[in-house]
Design a protein around this ligand. Structure first.
Ligand code: SF4
Ligand code: SF4
Ligand code: SF4
Length: 428
């Protein structure tokens, strides 16, 4: 297998194809702390793309309750177990070497375990039947998009169960919502596994698509994707997946922006909880890493503030979906899910810097994709102590600019209060 560089792992790794990078990469950051599991995102996707016969079970976007929920059921527990078994067989650990952290280039240190590609090669040999460790979920596992909704875990049988007040830094009884869609990975396992070469990654934006004409429904992508995001359609006998709403990214949805500006996907634009920001980051063609772009909101949240973390980076696909981890969940669970950046991310999110607080306000400030932001300082409006340290809040204004440099969003940290004139007090 050729060696490719995976910046999330801080090292080279084996992948069935040579490195080839797009100019821009579709990416997103979700703030788990704010999600209310209203499923508006889920329904926005379903009503746009998967409402036809044979697509009944397809939820390209889903929001599941962790730790028990999953769509398909047990998706992450199952692949983690397979990966763990292979590590045990090889007598290897899955640890990270945090001493090798290096700014934005190697923000989480170096992963010393095996990825799903490396583990499959060890197990099956270079010409083995699987290029990535994986499995095909059973029909039963696809039945419930939101099984165990709002089911908490923790403190079983402990004295005072349910009675003790919840306290940070970790709650004894907890659950959280995980919002999921295809990660349009830098090294997609679905693409690597397809024997028909029906899956491709677009040069212009890194979106991963399945060519519906070439696909023969072998389901090797369903087996290989560790996030279980390709879905087989029995009525057409081909596999489908999230298309990142590419007509919108291309600025070809005339109902929203007649001037052809790139706009966010349906699931992003519909988010009621304002937890999502989606954009495009520029990619260095040689290294595959992100080109420094300090004032791109996605770049800032992931590479500068380091509050946005990849989902299961140890799988090795370099997913392009990032999450601000929930503050109240036990750290070992979060470290397994988002890697070793969890503690720093929570610390920074719990007492956000002036800039971070401002940039987070850009979530759902506009439907257009923001390529650059600027913060204009406002006056101090609040002061408190967080974890024993003084913390001040300023009513700064954050301005978002589109691809052509025009202003497309302007929001303040403090939400303005509008008082309706008395004559309209009970009308809309
Ligand atoms: S999340 Fe799965 S389906 Fe999407 S690009 Fe990555 S490997 Fe492929
Ligand atoms: S990006 Fe578009 S296709 Fe993909 S999950 Fe969201 S709404 Fe669905
Ligand atoms: S629309 Fe937003 S708040 Fe609602 S479930 Fe989806 S991600 Fe969460």
């Amino acid at each position: 297998m050729p060696d490719v560089y995976n910046w999330q792992l801080g090292r080279k790794m084996g992948y069935p194809y040579e490195e080839a990078h797009p100019e821009w990469q579709f990416a997103f950051v979700f703030n788990i702390n704010r999600c209310i599991a209203c499923q508006t995102c889920t329904m926005a996707c379903k009503s746009t793309w998967t409402f036809s016969r044979g697509q009944e079970y397809m939820w390209w976007n889903n929001v599941e309750t962790k730790p028990y929920g999953g769509y398909p059921q047990f998706w992450d527990a199952k692949i983690l177990r397979l990966l763990d078994e292979e590590h045990q067989r090889q007598e290897k650990g899955m640890a990270w070497d945090s001493a090798q952290k290096d700014g934005s280039k190697r923000p989480y240190g170096v992963y010393q375990g095996m990825t799903i590609f490396e583990a499959a090669e060890k197990r099956n040999g270079p010409e083995g039947h699987q290029v990535a460790l994986g499995y095909i979920p059973s029909d039963d596992e696809w039945r419930f998009p939101n099984i165990y909704e709002d089911t908490a875990t923790g403190q079983k049988g402990a004295p005072g169960r349910w009675g003790d007040p919840a306290k940070l830094p970790e709650h004894g009884t907890w659950f959280f919502y995980l919002q999921r869609l295809c990660n349009h990975c830098t090294y997609p396992a679905c693409l690597a596994a397809c024997p028909r070469k029906a899956i491709y990654k677009r040069k212009e934006d890194g979106i991963v698509l399945i060519d519906q004409e070439r696909c023969r429904g072998y389901r090797k992508c369903v087996e290989a994707c560790p996030y279980k995001k390709p879905m087989y359609r029995a009525t057409t006998r081909v596999t489908e997946k999230c298309i990142a709403c590419y007509p919108r990214i291309e600025g070809k949805d005339p109902h929203v922006t007649p001037d052809g500006a790139p706009i966010e996907t349906r699931c992003m634009a519909a988010c009621v909880g304002k937890i999502r920001v989606q954009g495009l980051v520029r990619i260095d063609p040689k290294t595959g890493d992100w080109v420094e772009d300090r004032y791109n909101p996605i770049y800032f949240l992931v590479k500068v503030a380091k509050v946005g973390l990849p989902l299961y980076p140890q799988f090795g696909t370099e997913p392009n979906g990032y999450y601000i981890p929930p503050r109240w969940v036990p750290r070992p669970y979060l470290r397994q899910m988002f890697g070793p950046g969890v503690d720093e991310a929570i610390e920074k999110y719990a007492a956000p810097s002036r800039e971070l607080l401002a940039v987070i306000q850009l979530c759902r400030a506009t439907q257009e994709i923001i390529f650059k932001y600027e913060v204009v300082e406002g006056k101090k409006v609040f002061e408190t102590a967080i974890q024993g340290k003084n913390w001040e809040m300023f009513n700064d204004t954050v301005i978002g600019y589109g691809k052509d440099g025009k202003e497309i969003a302007r929001v303040t940290v403090e939400e303005p209060i509008y008082v309706r004139p008395a004559k309209h007090s009970n009308s809309i």
